[in-house]
Design a binder for this molecule. Sequence first.
Ligand code: G
Ligand code: G
Ligand code: MN
Ligand code: NA
Length: 254
Amino acid sequence: LQMAQDLHQALRRQELFLVYQPIFDLAHGGAHAIEALIRWRRPDGQLVPPDVFIALAEETHLIVQIGQWVVAQACRDLASLCAAGLPDLKVHVNMAAPEFTREALPQELTTLVQAHGLRPEQLSLELTESLLMKQPEQVMAVMARLRQRGFDISLDDFGKGHSALSLLKDLPISTLKIDRAFVRGLGQRDSERAILATIMDLGRHLGLQVITEGVETDTQLACVRGCGGQLIQGFLLSRPLPLDALRQRLLPDA
Ligand code: G
Ligand code: G
Ligand code: MN
Ligand code: NA
């Protein structure tokens, strides 16, 4: 497959890059974290969406190399933002199954954060429910090892898949990211709000940090806030940005 070969070269040719979307904390209005999101710009200028090439990279197992590059670049960029005046900022990185279940991952990540002078809790690894449900025992074992080392683990797209709620209480995670499907209909029907509020309460009762994704309108933001939502990600507050634009946005005076 031509695209698979191209992707192989993309890393070496520096065609892959990261953009970052802030996650804001309504308590102080500043950024709580940033989520790293990969992009591929081909030599002809065409942008390939991650949904397409991440799936391809998973099939070819190139995802492991790509993931190692992503987490290294994300830590480097976070360290520069910390030094520029955001010492408590965190970075979230998305992980696919073949990256996450590698035996060496916890040690590699410890070495990486130390090399950049970061604390392990400043790195959050985002996993989806579907990844978890594919290999629950294996994934939970890795989660536990990473938590022991102090890393943050976020369950991404929560509520979208079909993970049993009963599993949630036993998961060694620290953060729940509520899928944007639960935000979309806010303000239109009362039932939408009831479901979001209930998921948020569930997360809080389990002692988890709760992030609400996909906030696109003022109405949605008001509803999320009314449900007690504090950590917010969405196009309304910021689109994913290249590092320089992100720095401008978060540190306008620097
Ligand atoms: O940024 P965008 O909404 O286009 O992302 C599409 C999908 O690609 C999302 O599900 C996101 O989690 C995933 N994704 C983005 N960046 C990365 C990455 O660095 N690694 C992995 N494994 N998935 C990513
Ligand atoms: O699967 P995951 O949640 O990692 O996907 C993250 C993607 O969601 C990002 O690539 C980003 O572009 C997208 N995203 C972020 N905020 C919003 C939003 O408010 N609305 C929509 N539709 N997508 C968003
Ligand atoms: Mn994510
Ligand atoms: Na998500």
